[in-house]
Design a protein around this ligand. Sequence first.
Ligand SMILES: Nc1ncnc2c1ncn2[C@@H]1O[C@H](COP(=O)(O)OP(=O)(O)OP(=O)(O)O)[C@@H](O)[C@H]1O
Ligand SMILES: [Mg+2]
Length: 247
Amino acid sequence: MKIAVINFSGNVGKTTVARHLLLPRIDGAELIAIESLNADEGQGQALRGRQFGELQEYLQTIDHAVVDIGASNVEELLGLMQRYRGSHEDFDGFVVPTVPALKQQQDTIATLVELARLGVPAAKIRLVFNMVDRGVDFKSTFFLVLGFLAERPLATVNLECRLGTNEIYARVRHQGIDLATLARDDTDYRALIVNAPHTTEKLALAQKLATRRLASGVVPELDACFAALGLGTGTAHHVVPLTRQAQ
Ligand SMILES: Nc1ncnc2c1ncn2[C@@H]1O[C@H](COP(=O)(O)OP(=O)(O)OP(=O)(O)O)[C@@H](O)[C@H]1O
Ligand SMILES: [Mg+2]
């Protein structure tokens, strides 16, 4: 299964969704971050045809991938997909995270229109409603994007594909570890804290314990969101359900 995570907007959670929602639940999937393709050629440089060619070739050689497309490369990538007719078929699905801010909802709509223009069918495009706060009226929060889709159903919408705002994502941002793995860590931090001789050590361990607790709290939400995405349909054997209890 090969999934692209895409949105014209920055800061909607593309990298978060790729790393914490998709990658740990697609067995054997490799994370390909489009930003990293041109890391050796300086920051902020757009994806170029040659690199896109390489990406397409590379995708043919692997079975499972999650491709995280940084906002600065989305326009370029979609342009290249238009030029390399049919290249979107390399992907089994396009996951489009969106957040409540209106500008981001507008950009989400533009992303959906662009994917439709490329010929990507609605069945292959899934929205993830990110940073949805508990207690808010979901439908009125996302009225712009939901209203648009009611008129032009360019994507598959399941209101269960949602993630709440949680500080854990910022906590683990630079750790290079996904939340499901963190939640499975069975270190007895409380015993270690008791035996640690210095306060600084105790505090460091206490922080790890708190991070694991937050991770454990959010993993069921990620599992439910992933299940609601329905990406496994037809390829169920590639999908590994991940909950702490299931381990
Ligand atoms: N559900 C969430 N709750 C709390 N913080 C979140 C959530 N999702 C994402 N974030 C935070 O929001 C910021 C932006 O998220 P992320 O880096 O995943 O966005 P992005 O779409 O990949 O951005 P870019 O286009 O710049 O690559 C990060 O600091 C991340 O930790
Ligand atoms: Mg990103």
